[in-house]
Design a protein around this ligand. Structure first.
Ligand SMILES: CC(C)(COP(=O)(O)OP(=O)(O)OC[C@H]1O[C@@H](n2cnc3c(N)ncnc32)[C@H](O)[C@@H]1OP(=O)(O)O)[C@@H](O)C(=O)NCCC(=O)NCCS
Length: 158
């Protein structure tokens, strides 16, 4: 009998490159009703204030999740985080976000902000579990359906 493979092995994070865009796009399109375009990801890879990270897992390794965040002055703004549907609830998003928090603390930044849809209860639970707190509402923030955004903030230890 073939040896069982450990598919629960922890994902590895790395900085994304242009070669990752097809895998990122596939996850993006499977995750959002109004997905970002290829050009939007290509632009983020060029922006000096933007960071695009991917998580790899499985055997052979493949991209299973990604995040995009900006660093502006002492603030991190998480613009995007998504996990391949078949890879969810395995801790990949938690790992990405914890790594962003560690990155911010290492750089002595002040806080992390992000927006989340009121209808996205899973994501809200994820953020709350990492001590993000709701601090306000951006009315009609999402252009596809006019949904408000909940603004959440996580202070960093300095
Ligand atoms: C939201 C999303 C990024 C979570 O990714 P994930 O890798 O599945 O999340 P994790 O496995 O790291 O979950 C960590 C914790 O968050 C919470 N959580 C995550 N997804 C949840 C869900 N669908 N329902 C309830 N709680 C959820 C749980 O507390 C979970 O811990 P547990 O599995 O031990 O109970 C993923 O579902 C996704 O890509 N969704 C579509 C895109 C999206 O909504 N992005 C966020 C936009 S703001």
């Amino acid at each position: 009998m073939a040896a069982a493979r450990d598919t629960s092995a922890r994902a590895a994070l790395r900085i994304a490159s242009a070669e990752d865009i097809p895998a990122i796009l596939a996850i993006e399109r499977a995750s959002f009703a109004s997905p970002w375009t290829e050009k939007m990801f290509a632009d983020e890879l060029k922006n000096e204030w933007s960071n695009v990270w991917v998580a790899e897992a499985g055997e052979p390794r493949r991209v299973v999740a990604f995040t995009v965040f900006w660093v502006a002055c002492d603030e991190i703004h998480v613009l995007n985080v998504a996990v391949a549907p078949e890879e969810r609830r395995r801790g990949h998003a938690r790992l990405l976000l914890r790594s962003i928090l560690a990155f911010g603390e290492h750089r002595r930044l002040s806080h992390v902000v992000l927006e989340v849809r009121p209808s996205n209860l899973g994501a809200q639970r994820l953020y709350q579990s990492l001590d993000f707190r709701p601090v306000g509402v951006r009315p009609r923030y999402y252009q596809d359906n006019g949904e408000d955004a909940i603004l959440m903030v996580r202070m960093l230890r300095r």
